[in-house]
Design a protein around this ligand. Structure first.
Ligand code: CAA
Length: 269
């Protein structure tokens, strides 16, 4: 997701620095970006000069301190509040005073990240959708602590990178995931009840609702570990059993079948 966000920003003419903990992660992010852009050049959708301009806007580092001059920092680490809070504490120290600290969390409470910093008014959510280079939507999440200026700057940034921003309050799942995940979870229930095969459920939702992909293909795209953590957060937050993660999802995650990224999830790739 981080690679996708950096690419989208770079396309919008913004200089982006990707920070990861290891050189291997950075190499894989650059490989993803290079691969996607080269495919577009091959398809004639992008010229070489434009590709080079986008690539020139992207740099990488393993050193968090290299982000000290950034205007906006968007974290996109694992969906675990403690990990995110630790990162926000560090970012608060190294980021310049005017910088906005944003989270790409799918469901976690943004105010819980804001409150560990000394700039809670400059913390918000900037939430992209998978694949970030393709899907037009970005949710701009407003925790109770955020200032109007922070939300305006985040909105301006989203517009500058050519995405469609929507504003939403800091409630678990925001707009999209709060509506999408009960549907995805119920698809697993339907499969488990033997109502139809996985392939037929996917075909039905594509052909019957004009969705670009069916629920099982989408779960595999999002990642089953991410999907499980989103459902757990939604369930804990709303107490609604529609959000209680189906045991089959837990089972696949426990077996390391995480979706496309591990080449196996509901489907095998
Ligand atoms: N990563 C990056 N780019 C991808 C991609 C991927 N995994 N899959 C496809 N693309 C790109 C292709 O390169 C192609 O780009 P160009 O048009 O520039 O050539 C474009 O997407 C269309 O691809 P295809 O023609 O090969 O395939 P498609 O028309 O079937 O589209 C799709 C593929 C874009 C993934 C489409 O099926 C889709 O939009 N699916 C729904 C995705 C969705 O609902 N995402 C939201 C998930 S929820 C979420 O993300 C929230 C969260 O917090 C977890």
């Amino acid at each position: 997701m981080a690679a996708g966000i950096a690419e989208v920003a770079a396309r919008g003419g913004i200089r982006a620095i990707i920070r990861a903990r290891s050189e291997a992660s950075l190499a894989s992010a650059l490989k993803q970006i290079n691969g996607g852009l080269s495919r577009q050049v091959e398809k004639g959708k992008l010229d070489v000069a434009e590709r080079d301009r986008i690539l020139a806007n992207i740099s990488t580092t393993t050193d968090l301190r290299k982000l000290s001059d950034c205007d906006i920092i968007i974290e996109s680490v694992v969906e675990d509040l403690t990990t995110k809070q630790e990162l926000f504490r560090e970012l608060d120290v190294i980021a310049k005073p005017s910088a906005i600290l944003a989270t790409n969390t799918s469901t976690l409470s943004v105010v819980e990240m804001a409150k560990v910093t000394k700039r809670p008014d400059q913390v918000c959510g900037i939430h992209f959708f998978n694949p970030a280079t393709v899907l037009p939507l970005v949710e701009i999440v407003r925790p109770i602590t955020a200032s109007d200026d922070t939300i305006s700057l985040a909105t301006e940034f989203v517009r500058a990178i050519g995405k469609d921003g929507v504003q939403v309050l800091d409630r678990a799942g925001f707009i999209v995931n709060a509506l999408l995940f009960p549907y995805l979870n119920n698809a697993i229930r339907m499969l488990d009840a033997g109502t139809a095969s996985m392939e037929d459920i996917d075909t039905a939702m594509k052909g019957g609702c004009n969705f670009p992909m069916g629920p099982f293909a989408l779960l595999d795209l999002v990642g089953l570990d991410t999907s499980l953590s989103i459902l757990e957060t939604l369930h804990a937050s709303f107490g609604d059993d529609n959000f209680a993660p189906h045991p089959r999802l837990r089972e696949l995650v426990a077996h390391g079948r995480l979706g496309r990224k591990t080449k196996a999830g509901f489907y095998v790739y």
